[in-house]
Ligand binder design. Sequence first.
Ligand code: PLP
Length: 425
Amino acid sequence: MNPLSPHLLPLGASTDDEGKLTLHGVSFEELVEVYGTPLFVYDTDDIVDKVTHLTRVANWKVAYASKAFLSVALLRLLKSYDILLDVASGGELAVAKAADFPGDRLIFHGNNKSRRELEEAVAYGVGLIVLDSFNEVERLRQIAKREGKVVPVLVRVTPGVEAHTHEYIMTGQEDSKFGFSVSSGAAKKAIETIMGDEALEFMGIHAHIGSQIFLLESFRKEVEALAPLLHAYRPRIINLGGGIGVAYLNYEESGDFAIWAKTLTATLDELTLDFDYEVIVEPGRAIVASSALTFYTVGTVKEVEGVRTYLAVDGGMSDNPRPVIYDSGYEAFLPRAVGADRDKNFRIVGKHCESGDVIIKDAFLPSETSVGDVVATPVTGAYGYSMASNYNRVPRPPVVFVDSSGHRLAIRGETYDDLLRLELF
Ligand SMILES: Cc1ncc(COP(=O)(O)O)c(C=O)c1O
C-alpha cells in the first residue's frame, strides 16, 4: 500500500537483498554511519545525466542556476561540461571564482546588484551581466567607463506573464520587483539607453517567469510577450530563464526537457525572426532537485490521541525551509525498507522552536517507524541546502557526493566553532 514511487529517487538508487537503500552500491547505513544525520546526499551522476540531457535536447545553451545548490565541488565537476553558470550575488560569484569557473561562462543576475558586486563581476570578466533597473544601468556604466571596458549585458524584462506557481516564485508578472516591464515601455527605454552607451554592449534580452512551472502554456506566453522587443532590437541572445517543474510527490511527474525545449523553440520559430540568435535557458531545480535526498534520525515520537502522531527529526526548517516558505510537499520513506507499505500518517517536524517547523504535514510511513529510525526525504537537492540557515544556532548539515566511484564529503557539517566564528569576544 502506497510505497514510495521510485521515480523520486536519483539514478544510482537501488535496493539490496534486504530491501535497504543503496546509492551506487553504497548502503545508506554506511553513509549515515560515516557522516551522521541530518545529511544531504547528492548523486552527482544524476546531475551529470540531467546536464547532458539538457544540453543535447535542443540547439541552445544551458546555464545552471546555481542558487538551487552551489558548492565548489559541484562547480569543479560542472565546469568540464558545456554549460554556463548563473550567479545572483557577490557570494555566489565568490564560490564560482573559488572553483575557477571561467568568468566568460558566467551570467550575473540580481535585482539590486551593488556597486561592489558589479565591480567584482567586471573585474572577473563575467560574460553577461543582466541589468535589472535604470539604477543598475547607471552604476554599471560608470564602472565600465572608469575601467575603460565595454561590458556585455542582457536586459531583464518582465513579460507580464503570470506563471501558475506559488506567488513567491512567480517573477514574470507586471507587478514584480524584477526587471523592466515590456508593456510600460520601460524595457524599450532600457535597451535604447544601453545601445546608446559606448561602455555597455547590448547582447540580448532575458526573461524568467518563475519556478516550479508545469504549464507549458506559460512558457509559450513568455516568448510571445517578448516578440515586439525581439523584432525591434534583433538581440544576439534570447535568455528565457529557468523554471521547469520537478516532481516532489508520488503522483507528480517532472517536466519533460524535450517538450519544454520544443515549446520554447517552436514558439520562437513562429515569430519568424530574420536574424541569428542564440537561446539560453537557466534551469536550476530541474538539474539538482531529484539528485539528492536528506537523511534524518527520528528522535521523538509524540502521539496526540485522536489527532495525529508527530515524528520529530534532528533537522528541520534550517536545512529545508521550503515547506515553511512555500507550503511545499515532500514524500518520506524508511531507507531500511524502501518498498515497504507506508500505512500510517505522521507529521514530520523538525527540532526548531516553532510550531511551523514542519517538514511534511502528512507523511506516510510504515506504522512501526520509531525512535532511532533513519527517515529519508527525496528530491531535496534544490533550494534546500542553498536556503539553509542557522536558526536556533543549529549547525548546517554536511553534504556528501556519491557516484559510481564511491562517496566523499563535498561540504563538511558545521561545528559550534563555525557558529561562533563571527562573534567578537
Ligand atoms: C533569473 C533566474 N533564472 C533561473 C532560475 C532558476 O529557476 P529554476 O530553479 O526553477 O529552474 C531562477 C530562480 O529563481 C531565476 O531567478
